[in-house]
Design a protein around this ligand. Structure first.
Ligand SMILES: [Zn+2]
Length: 827
């Protein structure tokens, strides 16, 4: 892998001051089999006469290169950059080169489907990979029109941002796009299957690998319905109509993100085209992603951040609007429950790590740091902050401000200051103080309710002493004579940016059985209930009908365990009583997942088996009362499979014996069962090979890799480890699946040698894999289950190295901080 310098903010600023890019005309030749493809680019740009500049460019071989008709010496290309001197006022750079395909999800990713041998390509230039496909000015504020043509095998199809102009005999030509940033240029190619439709004058299309054609055909109606509902809702909210012509959605193999918002051609990971039964919360999550990417058409694509320090302008808004629009426009009305339960926990975790940063950092140094900021803070905390902003200024002013912002900066770039200006104007309020504490300061407040007299106590971590104003609701719940629980009232409360805010309205109310602080989940904070309410949670929570209130209570309970304030055993007891009556699937799934993770890391080797057995019992009880064939049944079955030690029962399910009524033991559930059997040493390599022979699909290959990494023998672990740290022929997804299958609490004795090996060998792994794939692999491979002082000592030793890769530094620092909490809670 070529070592490429990240682009710094100051380089980008200097380049934007002298360069004005007009257009990229790019022709890609992907007809030949092999590891490379042809790229011919014509870049037209204005410049300050006589100045010098550079383009990102990582060719294998350059065949010709001219600037304004004169040859450019090949020595001008080095370190991933093409340097040009003595520019004219108007310039035309023409370059023909051979480029390399990738298998790490960045650049032009090439994938061979194990199901049928078909080859697929997709282009992902984000965050600084433009140079892996063509020479380009790879920064968000140098927008240009793209005109793409492609030579491809005759049986292929090709899609790009631009609309198709012509295709014949493997030659594909596309119309020029509106001005877009380089990181948004997209392409999907291969013998893919397409389904088309249209809505409100907008042509719609869905694309997927041929092997998934039948599944897409069955799901197309749901996907189109959600797409149309979201388009309509955005058109109600925004004055500017969808600005990029057609709306194509491609589902691509081994995609690094959940999805990416390329204008006119959104790309999703193709796990979202389901081939086995899924829960309704998975379908909700897919609807949410559709709405999220669509929000980016305005926030990100039409108006783009000037530099990556305003990444949050993209992601926080897309997360907020996606959650909101999916909830308002589609059948998935509970999206804010999911957000409270799942997404905010992600934000809270990231925000309390040593690597925390403000939602809107004042300065992001370079593209490498920018990549690291794609975390729970930029997405979930930012979105939660926007929800609080809407509570603060009102919805009408919020939407008016957004519309003003879009109109002022359409097809251009904008900053936080621009957006705040528009919102301040629309709301008539000065938002600078609010923005300072909410957007410019890192970390999170804890809000704690105390009674007699009623007050909200607010604290902040010592290193981040900022207190914030919070607009919240406080819900009062009473147990009725008939055993039900009702919310008597929801008090609106403005918590001041102070240590104590009195709540006289609560004192004026008769005592309630349970008081829910932040009911409605309007603010972003760690929530702690008063003592009486905390004691009442286990009996009252299951009876509350509002799923959002239950999510707030579950989230606060889990957070207190994470912080070591409450023992994991108490959580397990609550799960055992409350989960079997939980009706919201996302809560079932998330509570099982989070509890499982806490049991694995917070209980000792002595207490863990019993705790895990109780988690399995909770899932089993839920399974027994779930409606056959429903989402809850599937969620319960998955939870049981992941926690149980009853290998005989699981084997029976594989053979069709004792399977709960309505539960489909389909391809993915078979793999999940086999995976657990392998972990328990009740199945091995022969069974994995047999299952893969039965399911020779892309997903089958991924599951097989994960299962092989889980086999509890020294040879299997050695092979998996070698694949993780040094096998560069493995694609991003296969190495991630291998790493995610490696560690198990049941196998810690066998895995002991890999604790020091992680710290010794990960720096080398970082040098051979691409940015995002390397970050994921380092995260999955971390020995987080080897909780103890020795692991922490090894982490500290690695962190003391000055030459440590910054991505690995961040992964280790944050994982070690999680372990610190576990150690403190445990001993
Ligand atoms: Zn996004």
């Amino acid at each position: 892998m070529m070592v490429v310098m990240p682009l710094t903010r100051s380089e980008a600023t200097a380049r934007a001051a002298i360069i004005d890019v007009h257009s990229y005309e790019v022709h890609l030749d992907v007809t030949a089999a092999g590891e490379t493809f042809g790229s011919r680019a014509v870049v037209r740009f204005g410049a300050r006469p006589g100045s010098s500049t550079f383009l990102e460019f990582e060719p294998v071989v350059v065949s010709s290169m001219t600037l304004n008709g004169s040859p450019v010496p090949s020595l001008s290309v080095s370190g991933g950059r093409l340097t040009l001197a003595d520019l004219a006022e108007e310039n035309e750079l023409v370059v023909e080169a051979t480029m390399r395909y990738s298998n790490d999800g960045e650049g032009l990713h090439r994938y061979t489907d194990p199901a049928d041998g078909n080859v697929y390509l997709y282009q992902h230039l984000f965050i600084n990979n433009g140079g892996r496909v063509l020479p380009c000015f790879d920064q968000p504020d140098l927008k240009a029109s793209w005109q793409v043509s492609v030579s491809a095998p005759a049986d292929w199809k090709v899609a790009t941002n631009g609309e198709l102009v012509s295709s014949s005999a493997g030659e594909w030509r596309f119309a020029a796009t509106k001005p877009i940033s380089t990181y948004l240029a997209s392409l999907f190619a291969g013998p893919f299957h397409a389904v088309t439709d249209s809505h409100d004058g907008i042509p719609l299309a869905l694309y997927v690998r041929a092997a998934l054609a039948e599944h897409l055909d069955r799901q197309a109606e749901e996907l189109f319905t959600i797409t149309k509902q979201c388009l309509d809702r955005y058109h109600e909210m925004f004055e500017i109509r969808y600005p990029f012509g057609h709306y194509q959605q491609a589902f691509a193999p081994e995609f690094n993100f959940g999805a990416m918002e390329y204008p006119g051609l959104v790309v999703f990971r193709d796990e979202m085209i389901y081939r086995s039964a899924v829960t309704d919360s998975q379908r909700e999550s897919r609807a949410n992603v559709i709405a999220h990417e669509m929000a980016h058409m305005w926030f990100g694509d039409l108006v783009t951040m000037a530099w990556w320090d305003d990444l949050w302008l993209n992601e926080s808004f897309a997360e907020y609007l996606g959650t909101r629009v999916a909830g308002e426009a589609t059948r998935f009305t509970g999206t804010w429950t999911t957000f409270a339960m799942q997404r905010k926990a992600w934000g809270l975790r990231a925000d309390q790590h040593p690597s925390t940063h403000p939602v809107a950092p004042v300065e992001v140094r370079d593209t490498e740091q920018a990549l690291l900021n794609f975390d729970g803070i930029s997405y979930a905390k930012g979105a939660a902050t926007l929800k609080q902003l809407v509570a603060f200024v009102g919805d009408e002013a919020f939407l008016a401000g957004l519309n003003e912002h879009f109109t002022a900066h359409a097809y251009g770039n904008a900053t936080l200051a621009d957006l705040l200006g528009a919102l301040a104007k629309a709301s008539g309020r000065d938002l600078s103080g609010w923005a300072e504490v909410w957007l410019r300061r890192a970390q999170v407040n804890t809000l704690r309710l105390e009674l007699s007299p009623a007050r909200v106590e607010q604290t902040a971590p010592a290193d981040y002493p900022t207190l914030r104003p919070h607009k919240i609701g406080i819900g009062l719940y009473d147990r009725g004579a008939d055993g039900t629980v009702v919310r008597r009232s929801l008090l609106p409360v403005e918590v001041e940016a102070a240590a104590v805010t009195a709540v006289p309205a609560l004192d004026a109310e008769p005592a309630a059985d349970l008081v829910v602080l932040n009911d409605g989940d309007l603010t972003y904070a760690k929530i702690r209930l008063d003592d009486a309410s905390t004691a009442a949670v286990s009996t009252v929570l299951p009876l509350i009908s509002d799923s959002l209130a239950r999510a707030v209570l579950w989230a606060a309970t889990l957070d207190a365990v994470v912080d070591g304030e409450r023992p994991v055993a108490e959580l397990v007891t609550l799960v055992l009583t409350a989960l079997p009556v939980e009706s919201e699937v996302v809560i079932v799934e998330d509570v099982l997942r989070a509890t499982r993770s806490l049991v694995d890391r917070y209980s000792t080797p002595e207490t863990r088996p019993a705790a895990l057995e109780l988690v399995a019992q909770a899932a089993d009880r839920l399974l027994a009362v779930s409606e056959p064939g429903g989402s809850r049944q599937l969620a319960a079955a998955r939870g049981l499979i992941g926690a149980t030690n009853q290998s005989g029962r699981l084997r029976g399910w594989l053979d069709g014996e004792g399977v709960p009524d309505g539960l489909a033991i389909d391809a993915d559930l078979r793999w999940l069962i086999l995976y657990r059997l392998v972990v328990l040493d009740a199945a091995g390599t022969a069974e994995i090979d047999e299952e893969f022979a039965r399911d020779r699909s892309a997903t089958g290959a991924q599951w097989a890799a994960r299962c092989r990494a889980a086999v509890p023998t020294p040879d299997a672990k050695a092979a998996a480890w070698q694949a993780i740290v040094s096998d560069v022929s493995l694609s991003n997804r296969l190495v991630e699946m291998t790493a995610s299958g490696f560690w198990h609490p049941e196998q810690l004795d066998l895995l002991a040698p890999y604790v020091p090996r992680y710290f010794a060998e990960m720096p080398a792994m970082m040098r051979v894999r691409g940015g995002m794939s390397a970050e994921r692999t380092a995260g999955y491979a971390y020995p987080e289950l080897a909780v103890g002082a020795e692991t922490r000592r090894l982490a500290a030793e690695l962190l003391s190295r000055e030459d440590l890769d910054p991505i690995l530094r961040r992964v280790v620092q944050d994982a070690d901080d999680d372990m610190r909490r576990a150690v403190e809670a445990r001993f």
